[in-house]
Write a protein that binds this ligand. Sequence first.
Ligand code: DAH
Length: 345
Amino acid sequence: MDPVQELEQLLSEAVPSVEQARSPDELERLRVKFVGRKSRLADIMKSIPQLAPEERAEVGRRANHLKRSIESQLAARREALSSAAKAGPLIDVSLPGRAFPRGRLHPVTHTIDAILSIFVPMGFEIVEGPEVEYEYYNFDALNIPHDHPSRESFDTFFVDLPSPEPKKGRLLLRSHTSPVQIRVMERRKPPLRLVVPGKVYRPDPLDPSHSFMFHQVEGLMVDDRTSFADLKGVIEHFLKALFGAKTKTRFRPHYFPFTEPSAEVDIACTSCGGRGCSTCGKKGWLEIMGCGMVHPNVFRAVGYDPQRVQGFAFGMGVERIAMLKHGITDIRLFFENDLRFLEQF
Ligand code: DAH
C-alpha cells in the first residue's frame, strides 16, 4: 500500500481508539500499538530512506505529524482519565433513586379514623377514657350487678394492685368502652353526643376471631328527646357511609344490661350480599354492632333524671369491621407486626 495512504488509515484507526480508552493500561497498549518501536508507523519511518527522493519529504512530514498527533491525543486522554479518577466515581444520574421508606398507619388506626370521621360531621365529639378502670365504671354504673350472669359475658382481667378508691371497687382492664359513657355523664350535663375509640381487654384464648386485646368505638347521644328512630337514623347513615350506599341493615332485638330496649345491628353479608356464604356462616347477615336506648338505671347512676332525658348508645368492634372491609380472616394478623401484612394498607 502507498505509505501516504497507510498513514491516513493509521490515523483514522488511532483517533477513535484513544478517545474511547478507559484506563491508563489501555492507553499504554495503544501507545505501543500505534507509536511504539515495533509499530507500523516505526516501520514506515525506517523505510523512508529507501523511498524515491520525491516521496521522502512528503512521507516524512506526514509520519512525524501522525506521531505527534497520536502522542498528544494519548497525553490528553491520560490527563482526562486521571482527573476523572481524582473527582471520584462518576454519578450515574440515570440510576433510579433510593426509595425513601415511608411510615404508614396501622389498619386498625385507619378503620378508627374512618369510623370517627362519619360521626364527627353529625356533631359527635371524640372522647377517650382510661384502659385501667374501676369495677364501678366497667360494671355497676352500667347496670351490671355483681351477681348478674351478664358479668361473665364480659370476662375481665383484674389488676393486682390495691384500689386507690375502694368505694369504686377493684381495678381492672376495661372489657369494653362503655365505662367512658359514665365518666362523661358524671361530669357533664346533656345534651351530649360522643364517640369513644379505644383498646379493651378480655381473657379470651387467641384464635382467628379472638384476641385478649382489641378495639371498640362506643357512641352515646343524650338529649331531652332522643328516640329509637334517631338511633336507627344515625346507625343506618353510619353503616351506609362506611360500607357503601347500598348496604342493607337490620335491627335484631337483643339484651344488654345498659340499654332497654337493646338491639344488635346486622348488615347484609359483604361477601355474598345476603345469599349465604362462609363469611356469614350461611346466614346472609353479619353482626356489626350493639345498641339501644340508655337504661334508666344508667341515668340514675350519673345523677340524670330518666323522666327528663333520653339517649341512645352503641358499641362496635373495630377489628371485626376492618376484617370485613378488607377480607381479613384472622384477627391475630393485626397484632403480629408482620410488615408483609401491614404494608398492604
Ligand atoms: N359494650 C358492648 C360490648 O362490649 C357493646 C355495646 C352494646 C355498647 C350496646 C353499647 C350498647 O353502648 O348500647 O359488647
